[in-house]
Design a binder for this molecule. Structure first.
Ligand code: BV8
Ligand code: ZN
Length: 240
């Protein structure tokens, strides 16, 4: 179990921070019952993401990709924010400048009450028409897959697939916030997907205090200021 002095030291650093930036990944939603991608039976252990999370995979077999996303929409619809999501809402209230950047598409940060969440990889609750380009939030269960737009065009999830650009300006805003922060919290990410993971070396180069929260080590664990080994739904509240 984690040595509490590490948490106490990390808490002191957080206490004196005027601006905090946070990057979350699938791990922060693990305790809400949503499987991660690359750990213990995550999605990528049972699916090939080349077939599921790429525009080519979607063009090849839109029905298969929609089955994958509709299954995740159902799981996410039943999921509730956990103590980790809620701790981040509380932290946002306590600090002058707070920026939450997430790789997650599940909407749990919004459901927990976080405001202006920077969603680098899009949002599973938003769909976009391939023909007319119209985007709309739609939380209904799609019975017919792939679902169709009223214009007759095919809908896709408004998420960022591999090889696709991130939402306009999202990574730039995230980079600016991280480089100017006093503390950068990196929570529940394997730090394998770029450019999101690139925020970590940017923080380190900018001499920002980096606190990582993860039950497992990542490629950056040896370079961060605090590596708090454990589940985020336990550690984030303990940090407050
Ligand atoms: C782009 C879709 C380019 C939505 C996802 C080198 C440099 C730069 C780019 C690349 C490069 N090499 C390859 C690339 C391209 C690629 C990439 O990074 N590939 C990887 C595989 C190497 N990047 C891209 O394609 C990006 N686009 O670069 O565009 C471009 C440039 C110009 C012009 C055109 C294009 C787009 C990346 C977005 C891909 N889409 N998802 C969805 O379906 O969800 S990414 C996918 O992985 C997920 O969305 C997720 O966001 C992301 C990262 O995964 P994590 O969130 O970290 O989850 P993971 O399971 O991996 O880890 C969970 C962690 O939680 C673990 O560490 C675990 O220990 C921990 N954990 C478990 N339980 C808990 C816990 N932590 C805390 N508490 C717990 N209880
Ligand atoms: Zn349309």
């Amino acid at each position: 179990m984690l040595v509490t002095t590490q948490i106490q030291q990390a808490r002191k650093v957080l206490l004196h921070a005027r601006s905090i930036a946070v990057l979350t990944g699938a791990g922060v939603s693990a305790e809400s019952g949503i499987p991660t991608f690359r750990t213990n039976g995550g999605y990528w252990q049972t699916h090939r993401f080349e077939d599921l999370a790429t525009p080519e995979g979607f063009a090849r077999n839109p029905k298969l990709v929609w089955e994958f996303y509709e299954e995740r929409r159902r799981a996410m619809a039943a999921a509730k924010p956990n103590a980790g999501h809620l701790a981040l809402v509380e932290l946002e209230k306590r600090v002058r400048t707070f920026t939450l950047v997430t790789q997650n598409i599940d909407g749990l940060h919004d459901a927990a009450g976080s405001r202006n969440v920077n969603k680098l990889h899009g949002d599973i609750w938003i769909v976009r028409c391939l023909d007319c380009g119209k985007e709309r939030e739609d939380r209904t269960k799609f019975e017919i897959l792939p679902p169709k737009c009223e214009c007759g065009g095919m809908l896709r999830p408004a998420v960022v697939w591999f090889g696709e650009m991130l939402p306009e300006g999202s990574i730039e805003r995230a980079t600016g916030a991280v480089a100017r922060a006093d503390v950068f919290l990196v929570v529940g990410t394997s730090a394998r997907v770029f450019p999101a993971a690139g925020l970590i070396p940017i923080a380190i180069a900018a001499k920002v205090k980096v606190i990582e929260i993860n039950p497992e080590v990542t490629d950056f664990s040896s370079e961060v200021d605090f590596m708090l080994k454990g589940p985020s739904a336990e550690i984030l509240p303990a940090l407050l």
